[in-house]
Design a protein around this ligand. Structure first.
Ligand code: F6P
Length: 368
């Protein structure tokens, strides 16, 4: 009898933790006598013209992947239900369904965020044997406390926020640090808190520029009798943060196959306004894709392992249309299966009333 086979793919923006999860899938599948096939470049790899090339993964191949950032399988933002651009979008999902069968995949692990798992849900509805693993540095998927990549990115961003305090302090300027986070400010908020940002602007709460000015004036007011007071400020701005009454700042007008525009520029916009409309000097840096880079943190390795193992267990149980989910984060977490539909039904946003001081644009000084 032919060996059972399953597939694994990674879609959407890459993130540290993907490779540890793929590795765990291969290890757990091998225990069951199941062969794992790597699909290249997300859903694109299951379309006609691409599905004829796959990568059979065994333990010697993936043994050291726990140390690797990004995804060794490659990724794409392909939406098989709406392929192409502009008026020429086509539903090619039938190709994916056919190629899953052609490749003899008795199960498929899709690792991704709202877009990749949204496709996984629709394919599962159409009868495909799909299970999901949550991944996104934005941490905006519902029905799970953890999404792969978040911890590593928070560490990277927090370190840069912290490092930006010394040049800003030495030169007495306002440093704006623009970080990723399209609709959700989890990364900006927690990295801002850990890195010591004075203000953090998140998509969930449009900011008032006049208030930003007032808060800067409050912190940076000269005190002739004590020159040691802070004479700098760091502002973390999520790329999706927007001024009250305004809208998101985008790189260009193009939308991808999931209908997303490329955000970017709010940091530079804010620094320019601070320079021209206040007495303070300002600099801006947009961290961009490197904040998704680098080796996975221990937490991303732990969670990648637990999610990967659980995904194969879900396949063995034929729990199609499910996503592995964590309540809590390793080492104190419970792993379970939830419906993919529940993960993508709405975005998981920062709990503003609980954590965010909407007057001072920073973490609340009240926890209980
Ligand atoms: O969804 C994850 C994310 O990192 C967002 O924070 C960001 O808006 C987007 O990906 C960037 O997309 P791309 O990698 O296609 O430039």
């Amino acid at each position: 009898m032919a060996k059972q086979r399953i597939g694994v793919l990674t879609g959407g923006g890459d993130a540290p933790g993907l490779n540890p999860a793929i590795r765990a899938v291969v290890y757990r599948a091998a225990d069951e006598g199941i062969e794992t096939v790597g699909i290249y470049d997300g859903w694109e790899g299951l379309l006609d013209g691409f599905a004829d090339q796959t990568w059979t993964l065994d333990i010697p191949t993936v043994r050291t992947w726990d140390r690797d950032g990004g995804t060794n399988l490659g990724s794409s933002r392909t939406n098989p239900f709406k392929r192409g651009n502009g008026a020429t979008r086509s539903d090619d999902s039938g190709q994916v369904l056919r190629n899953i069968e052609k490749l003899g995949l008795e199960g498929l692990v899709a690792i991704g965020g709202e877009d990749t798992l949204g496709v996984a849900k629709k394919l599962a509805d159409a009868g495909a044997p799909v299970v999901g693993i949550p991944k996104t540095i934005d941490k905006d998927l519902s029905a799970t406390d953890y999404t792969l990549g978040f911890d590593t990115s928070v560490r990277t961003v927090a370190e840069i926020v912290e490092r930006s305090r010394t040049p800003a302090g030495s030169h007495h300027w306002v440093q704006v640090v623009e970080v990723m986070g399209r609709h959700a400010g989890h990364l900006a908020f927690w990295a801002g808190l850990a890195g010591g940002a004075y203000l953090t602007l998140i998509p969930e709460h449009p900011f008032d520029f006049e208030r930003v000015k007032a808060l800067l004036d409050e912190r940076l007011a000269p005190n002739p009798s004590d020159r040691r007071i802070p004479r700098y400020a760091v502002i973390v701005a999520a790329e999706g943060a927007m001024p009250r009454g305004g809208k998101e700042i985008t790189v260009d007008a193009q939308v991808d196959e999931f209908g997303h525009v490329r955000l970017g520029g709010v940091g530079a916009w804010l620094a320019e306004r601070i320079r021209t409309e206040t007495v303070h000097d300002a600099r801006a840096v947009a961290l961009g894709h490197p904040q998704r880079g680098g080796p996975p943190s221990p937490t991303d390795r732990h969670m990648g392992w637990l999610f990967g193992v659980a995904a194969v267990e879900a396949i063995v149980r034929r729990a199609w249309g499910k996503m592995v989910s964590a309540r809590g984060i390793a080492p104190a977490c419970d792993i379970s299966l939830v419906a993919l539909a529940d993960a993508v039904v709405r975005l998981n946003l920062v709990d503003v009333p609980r954590y965010y001081d909407t007057d001072r644009y920073q973490a609340k000084r009240r926890v209980l």
